[in-house]
Design a protein around this ligand. Structure first.
Ligand SMILES: [Zn+2]
Length: 464
C-alpha cells in the first residue's frame, strides 16, 4: 500500500473509534475516510456506495482508534543522556548542575539530529503525533543554529512539531544556576527568536511546524529576557512557554532573589495571559491556580519526571475543577527517562488515583487531557479529535494481544490499565502513515539505532 498515492485512505472495521469530539462520540466497528491531510468522514457503518478500489484500505479489525496524543513539554536532546548513574538520585538543582556540563560538551548538530530522530521516533511509536520541544542549551563553541537541526530532523521522522526556542541568559556570575559558558546575551536570543520565527513558524491550521518563545526558568534567565519575551510574543501573536513552580528550591530561589513567589514573578514580567503555558506547576497555592484559570494560561503536566526527581505531585484535580487548561507531557528524557507517551498517560492515571482518590479521575479524563487538553493549550482546534475537516492525526492500538485478555468490557480504558506493550499498530500524521505495524516508516529504526551505538557509545566519556 502506498500511503502517498493520490487515493484516499479508508480505515475500516475498527474495534472502537474514540473520537474525543465535543460529545465524546464513540463508534463500535467504525470507519474513517482521510483525504489528503484531513479527515473527510467518520462514522459507524461504511456507506454502501463506497468502492474499495478507490481507497488505500487499512484494516483496523482489532484496533482501538484515537486521535494522536499531544505531548506539550519535552527536551529531546536529553535522549542521549538517559539514566546516567550519577543523575539517578538527585533532585532538580543538583541534577541540572551535574548535567549542564555534560550537555555543554556533547551537543552538536549530529547529536541534536540523533536525539530528535530517536525521541520523536519513540513518541510516534507510542501514539504521540504532536510534540512540543523546548531546546535551551546552546554551547558557545557550536553553530548558532542548533535548533534548526532539531526542526529538520523532526520533519524527517514525520511528527507534527512545535519547537520552543529555549534560552538561558542568567549564568552563575549573575546568580543563576547554569554555567556561564552556556548562557547567551538577551539581544542574541531575541535576534534568534526572530530568525527562527521568520524561517519556520506557520501559524495556519494543519501547520506541521510552529515556534514558541521559551526562556528556560526563573533561575536560568534574566528578568529582562522574561519581560522582552512576553512583549514579543504579544506583538507577534506567538505562544510563550517556561518552567514554573517545579520545586520547593525554585520557590525559595524566587523568594530570596526577587522577593516574589514564582508565579508573582512571572506575572510581574507579563506572563499571566492566555498566550503562556507553564511546565510542572506543582507549587502553586489555591489563589494562584484560580488566577491561572482566570487568565487562561496553560499547564504541561509531567507526572513521571516529577516523580523521578522527587519534585512532587501537581494538584491535577484541584486545577481541573478550577478550570485550568491542562495538557500532558513526558518532559525531557534525562528525567523520565523515556518518551513513551502511552506510558505517561498510564502514569498520570495511577498517580492521581492515589493522590486524590480512585474516583477523582478516569482513564477517559486522561485521554481527554492528552488530546483535547494539549490542543487547547497550543491554541489549536485542528488537532486533538477525530471529526470531519480536522487534521488526520490518528493512532491505532491493536488489542488482540495477550496483555488485553479479559479487558474487553472497556477496551479504551484498557489501553491504560492493561497491555503488554505501548507500541501503536499504526500512526498517521497529517494524512501520512508514519508508523506501520509497530515500525517507523520514514526512518530505518535499526540503522539509526546501530549508527547511534557506533558513534555515541562513548557518551559516558562526557561525564564529569
Ligand atoms: Zn522541562
Amino acid at each position: 500500500m502506498n500511503h502517498v498515492s493520490e487515493k484516499k485512505l479508508l480505515i475500516k472495521d475498527a474495534y472502537l473509534i474514540a473520537t474525543m469530539d465535543d460529545k465524546n462520540t464513540k463508534y463500535d466497528g467504525g470507519y474513517i475516510i482521510i483525504s489528503g491531510n484531513k479527515i473527510e468522514q467518520v462514522g459507524k457503518v461504511l456507506p454502501k456506495d463506497i468502492d474499495l478500489k478507490n481507497y488505500d484500505v487499512i484494516d483496523a479489525k482489532n484496533c482501538v482508534v484515537l486521535p494522536g496524543f499531544i505531548n506539550t513539554h519535552h527536551h529531546l536532546y536529553q535522549t542521549l543522556t538517559r539514566c546516567l548513574k550519577k543523575s539517578q538520585d538527585k533532585e532538580l538543582f543538583d541534577w541540572l548542575l551535574y548535567l549542564y556540563d555534560i550537555w555543554g560538551k556533547f551537543l552538536n548538530p549530529q547529536t541534536v539530529r540523533y536525539s530528535t530522530l530517536l525521541g520523536c521516533g519513540e513518541l510516534l511509536l507510542t501514539g504521540c503525533t504532536t510534540c512540543v520541544d523546548m531546546f535551551y542549551v546552546f554551547p558557545f563553541d557550536q553553530p548558532k543554529d542548533l535548533l534548526d537541526y532539531e526542526i529538520e530532523s523532526a520533519k524527517e521522522v514525520g511528527i507534527r512539531f512545535v519547537s520552543c526556542r529555549g534560552s538561558m541568559s542568567r549564568g552563575r556570575a549573575q546568580g543563576g544556576l547554569p554555567p556561564d559558558n552556556l548562557v547567551q546575551k538577551e539581544n542574541e536570543i531575541i535576534k534568534d527568536y526572530l530568525r527562527v520565527v521568520d524561517k519556520y513558524h506557520d501559524g495556519k491550521d494543519f501547520s506541521m511546524t510552529q515556534i514558541v518563545l521559551a526562556p528556560c526558568s526563573p533561575f536560568s534567565v534574566t528578568e529582562e529576557l522574561l519581560t522582552q519575551t512576553a512583549q514579543l510574543a504579544k506583538e507577534k501573536k506567538l505562544l510563550c512557554h517556561t518552567h514554573l513552580a517545579e520545586t520547593k528550591d525554585e520557590e525559595k530561589y524566587c523568594i530570596e532573589n526577587f522577593c516574589l513567589r514564582p508565579l508573582e514573578y512571572l506575572e510581574k514580567c507579563g506572563w499571566l495571559n492566555e498566550r503562556s503555558f507553564f511546565a510542572h506547576s506543582i507549587y502553586l497555592n489555591d489563589d494562584e491556580i484560580k488566577k491561572i484559570a482566570e487568565f487562561g494560561s496553560g499547564i504541561s503536566h509531567c507526572p513521571t519526571s516529577n516523580l523521578r526527581l522527587g519534585s512532587g505531585i501537581m494538584r491535577l484535580k484541584y486545577m481541573k475543577d478550577a478550570g485550568v487548561n491542562i495538557s500532558l507531557a513526558v518532559d525531557g528524557s534525562a528525567s523520565n527517562d523515556t518518551s513513551n507517551m502511552l506510558a505517561e498517560l498510564r502514569q498520570c492515571l495511577l498517580i492521581h488515583k492515589y493522590y486524590s482518590g480512585p474516583s477523582s479521575i478516569s482513564a477517559e479524563d486522561i485521554f481527554w487531557i492528552a488530546t483535547r487538553g494539549g490542543a487547547k493549550v497550543l491554541h489549536r482546534d485542528d488537532i486533538g479529535y477525530i471529526s470531519e475537516g480536522k487534521a488526520a492525526d490518528i493512532v491505532m492500538f491493536n488489542i488482540n494481544r495477550l496483555g488485553y485478555i479479559g479487558s474487553l468490557e472497556d477496551p479504551l480504558s484498557a489501553l491504560l490499565y492493561c497491555g503488554d506493550s505501548q507500541i501503536a499498530h499504526m500512526v498517521i500524521v497529517n494524512g501520512k502513515i508514519v508508523v506501520k505495524e509497530g515500525k517507523l516508516v520514514n526512518v530505518d529504526e535499526e540503522k539509526m539505532f546501530y549508527e547511534y551505538l557506533l558513534k555515541y557509545k562513548d557518551i559516558t566519556n562526557y561525564r564529569n
